[in-house]
Ligand binder design. Structure first.
Ligand code: PHE
Length: 337
């Protein structure tokens, strides 16, 4: 590129000199710091090109025109050379030193399954392998399924056992957060015919003040088997096998009589723990009335049902002392699993 220096004046040589200096220095600017100081030095508000343009004012009009045009063209040229150089250094940043490729990489943080989910999966898998199919049901439930069809009529004292959270609604007064997963017994029987073998994990809710062993919401895993000729021995055999898989084959298991309106007879099952008996589930033979409410012939079919709390079981296995840890979203707790 040629610059107008036909006048042979000192000023027009200065444009040439400036160009030479600028191009040479830009060529050797090999870091982003040096590129920046080049920009300030030549194109900055107090830079050499600005100084040259300012100096034009003292020239006569003819000189000012010629040299001014040359200086402006030089500015355009330097600006575009500068941009090219910046882009070039961006695409090869490694060589300009802003990234140290010898540093070890940063490990991405990986998520994991919640300890409740892990326990639920382990429990359901144990039953899946014994022929039970996993199904899930609504957490917002009708009174009919949560109570009535489970042989817990309105005003029956057994309802007091379940501290219940009712749902406010303009159109319904029979909607609640389910207090257990047992309503799925009624729903599953209503929808299909025996043989039935289902395992139902899910959340439950109770109007409850919390402490180390009580939460107002928690998970349950419900089980139901209905067929011709199912006996209490089937119930015991299935739950023994479950306990063996979760707690090991040397663990002792105890059944005691218990009352639940939807089973007869009803039991609770405890396992031995540090010389003590710890209750882990309720169970029993499905009450004939519950079979009949679902439309089954109770003379032909029998069945057993059980319900357990996976958080309780996880607490035993992992020596967790407070059930509230499960729902506190504290990573110091959660990342231990
Ligand atoms: N639903 C009962 C509870 O929440 C547990 C249970 C389930 C008992 C099935 C017997 C049979 O306490």
């Amino acid at each position: 590129m040629s610059l107008p220096n036909g006048q042979g004046t000192h000023k027009s040589e200065s444009v040439e000199e400036l160009k030479l200096a600028a191009v040479t220095e830009l060529d050797s600017a090999d870091s982003s710091e040096r590129l920046e100081s080049w920009r300030v030095d030549f194109l900055g508000r107090k830079g050499r090109l600005t100084a040259l343009l300012r100096g034009l004012g003292s020239l006569d009009i003819g000189e000012r025109k010629v040299i001014g045009a040359g200086a402006n063209r030089l500015r355009d040229e330097l600006e575009s050379l500068y941009e090219d150089r910046v882009n070039q250094s961006k695409s090869s940043q490694v060589s300009v030193g802003s990234i140290d490729i010898t540093l070890p990489g940063r490990k991405p943080t990986l998520g994991g399954l919640h300890p409740s989910t892990q326990m639920i999966r382990e429990i359901t898998q144990a039953f899946n392998e014994m022929g039970f199919q996993t199904v899930e049901g609504p957490e917002v439930e009708l009174e009919k399924y949560n109570f009535d069809m489970l042989n817990i009529p309105a005003d029956h004292p057994a309802r007091d056992q379940w501290d219940t959270i009712w749902v406010d609604s303009d159109t319904h007064n029979d909607v609640l957060l389910r207090t257990h997963t047992s309503p799925m017994q009624a729903r599953v029987m209503e929808q299909g015919d025996p043989p039935i073998r289902v395992i139902v994990p899910g959340k439950c809710y109770r109007y409850e003040s919390t402490d180390a062993t009580h939460e107002w919401h928690f998970n349950q895993v419900e089980g139901l088997a209905v067929d011709e000729g199912i006996t209490f021995a089937d119930l015991k055999g299935t739950l023994y096998e479950f306990a063996r898989r979760i707690f090991g084959s040397t663990r002792k298991v105890r059944f005691r009589c218990d009352f639940f309106p939807f089973v007869e007879p009803g039991v609770d099952m405890s396992i031995e723990w540090n010389g003590d008996w710890i209750e882990i589930l309720g169970a029993g033979m499905v009450h004939p009335k519950v079979l009949e409410y679902a439309g089954y012939d109770s003379a032909k079919y029998t069945g057993f049902a059980f319900g357990m709390g996976p958080e309780r079981i996880s607490m035993l296995r992992n020596e967790i002392t407070d059930i509230r840890h499960f729902f506190s979203n504290d990573l110091r707790f959660l990342t231990q699993f």
